[in-house]
Design a protein around this ligand. Structure first.
Ligand code: ASP
Length: 589
């Protein structure tokens, strides 16, 4: 139906006759001459119809925004005055000879050129929203990334193997999406939270190097960079050490940035989990921001001021300070805003000291808390932090988790608000994770997942589980976790030890993971792997602010699709077949 894409036209086509197909981006009537900007996936070109084109002029006069046209015309140079340097095809235009309306269109639900349209409307009419250049570019870029990933992994000998969507629970720490079985009354499939167990079984089967661009499903409360279904670049290998796995996957990300963005990420530094938490309050530190948390617990143990002395003497607490150069200019109102911000993370307040003139000693400092700290302790803190004129220092004193989360988040917020970034891209590996984290009731949860190998023997693990580290690694870029993985447990005895520590009874182990425990006894090779979040990777690479903007048909923040109106009701016959009855919540009629 066409000879060229609209966006492909340039001066080399002058005097050629072309046939184009596309959508009316804009139509203008300039006193008897009609200009149509015709758009297809490659770009936009201006088509001109004058009354000499007879019938076709009449047709062109009828078209409206988003009509679908086929246009035949001759490419000609624009006059110097009308060249449009902002348009890729701006040197030329098409003199229209024939036009056929392939389809009409209702007035679009929102103007495609309006960037301020609410996301709800964009998602309801996603098929229109996706016509916008920005969205076309993002999805095109996404396709380039997946192609480059496939090429890279294929070159490294990885096999692309699919794994089931209807399966049993694969624990990654979220709630499962369940699918009722018609043929097995009262039983349910779970959608995979990841292909974790299947990729391990593929290693037991000897495939050696597996990858899959895989859909994963997690029913959890959604945050900005979460979706109920999302895509992973899932990888597993046999007979490779953690170092080798990190090297091959780091190579992939480096290659993607080099070939698709012209960015050299260099070699990724490594940071132990404990250091990341201590200095940045986060296991995914944004190293573009030159701010660090400094421990000052020891300086505050003996003061009378309970707010600090209490946590300073409690092993479950931390007391830290963060120096922000240039922060003296932060106003009282902004400090109040930051105080509200840290309260989201459970912080009860946000103490601060401004350093106006350090040479003047205590007199040169400004803060409501100095009178409680005392001069000596205050000056010791200044020294510990290497404070200088112009700094503001923020404090956190509370349960370790609260302080880390609150000051860690404040660090990122200040980095953005004060534009403190020292570089564009800051990748790193976080390593040496603890094997378990403690729940409020004292029970333990696997920090990564229960198939991750601890770096100790089963006996040592069971004797002191809280001290065990795992052979796990997370790749972090600009404060976002791009991916994570681990060397896996390949012995049934170790796997059972981990399950025991997690409080999973022998019976439950058999019921839920019997197939894995069996497989580990039939010659499981040492293996390990990792998974990257593809959506987040594309979000970072395209500079989009939400993963929804790099997914063709995403769900809303409340895990619904406003376009198809899913999830939807089903009729009683369908439910009967599944032996399910929906009980209305009290209060609903
Ligand atoms: N399955 C893990 C996840 O989804 C990744 C891995 O360990 O390979 O986080």
């Amino acid at each position: 139906m066409r000879t060229q894409y609209c966006g492909a036209l340039n001066a080399s086509f002058i005097d050629q006759e072309v046939t184009l197909c596309g959508w009316v981006d804009r139509r203008r009537d300039h006193g008897g001459v009609i200009f149509i900007d015709l758009r297809d996936r490659d770009g936009i070109v201006q088509v001109v119809f004058d009354p000499d084109a007879a019938d076709h002029f009449t047709t062109a006069d009828k078209v409206r925004s988003e009509y679908v046209l086929q246009v035949k015309g001759r490419v000609r140079a624009r006059s110097e005055a009308t060249v449009n340097p902002n348009m890729a095809t701006g040197e030329v235009e098409v003199y229209g000879l024939e036009v056929t309306i392939l389809n009409n269109a209702e007035t679009p639900p929102f103007p495609l050129h309006d960037n301020s349209v609410g996301e709800d409307v964009r998602l309801r009419y996603r098929y229109v929203d996706l016509r916008r250049q920005e969205m076309q570019n993002r999805l095109r870029f996404r396709s380039k990334v997946t192609t480059a990933i496939r090429n890279y992994l294929d070159g490294e000998g990885f096999l692309d193997i699919e794994t089931p969507i209807l399966t049993r629970a694969t624990p990654e720490g979220a709630r499962d999406y369940l699918v009722p079985s018609r043929t097995h009354e009262g039983k349910f499939f779970a959608l995979p939270q990841s292909p974790q167990l299947f990729k391990q079984l593929l290693m037991v089967s000897g495939f050696d190097r597996y990858y899959q661009i895989a859909k994963c499903f997690r029913d959890e409360d959604l945050r900005a960079d979460r979706q109920p279904e999302f895509t992973q670049i899932d990888i597993e290998t046999s007979f490779m050490s953690d170092e080798q796995i990190m090297s091959v996957t780091e190579g992939m990300i480096r290659e993607l940035f080099q070939s698709l963005k012209g960015v050299d990420l260099g070699e990724f530094p490594r940071m132990p989990f404990a250091e990341a938490m201590e200095k940045y309050g986060s296991d995914k530190p944004d190293l573009r921001i030159p701010l660090e948390l400094v421990e000052i617990k020891d300086l505050l143990k003996d003061i009378d001021f309970k707010v600090f002395a209490g946590p300073a003497n409690d092993p479950k607490c931390r007391v830290t300070a963060m120096k922000v150069p240039g922060g003296v200019n932060i106003s009282r109102k902004q400090i109040d805003d930051y105080t509200r911000f840290v309260s989201i993370y459970g912080a009860k307040g946000l103490a601060w000291i401004k350093v106006n003139d350090l040479a003047a000693g205590i007199e040169g400092l400004q803060s409501p808390i100095i009178k409680f700290l005392g001069d000596e302790v205050t000056m010791n803190i200044m020294q510990r932090l290497g404070a200088a004129d112009g700094d503001i220092i923020f404090f956190g004193a509370d349960k370790s988790k609260v302080v880390s989360e609150a000051l860690g988040a404040l660090r990122c917020k200040l980095g953005a608000d004060l534009e403190l970034y020292t570089c564009e891209w800051a990748p790193l590996w976080v390593v040496d994770f603890p094997m378990f984290e403690e729940n409020d009731d004292g029970s333990l949860t696997a920090l990564h997942h229960p198939f991750t190998s601890p770096n100790c023997s089963p006996e040592e693990l069971e004797a002191n589980p809280s001290a065990a580290l795992s052979v796990a690694y997370d790749m972090v870029l600009n404060g976002t976790e791009l991916g994570g993985g681990s060397v896996r447990i390949h012995s049934s005895a170790m796997q059972q030890a981990v399950f025991r520590v997690l409080g999973i009874s022998a019976e439950e182990q058999r019921e839920k993971f019997g197939f894995l425990l069996d497989a580990l006894q039939y010659g499981a090779p040492p293996h390990g792997g990792l998974a990257f979040g593809l959506d987040r990777l594309i979000m970072l690479m395209t500079g989009a602010s939400s993963i929804r903007d790099v997914i063709a048909f995403p769900k809303t923040q409340t895990a619904a699709c406003v376009m198809t109106d899913a999830p939807g009701a089903v009729d009683n016959d369908q439910l009967r077949e599944l032996s399910i009855r929906v009980k209305k919540k009290e209060g609903n009629s």
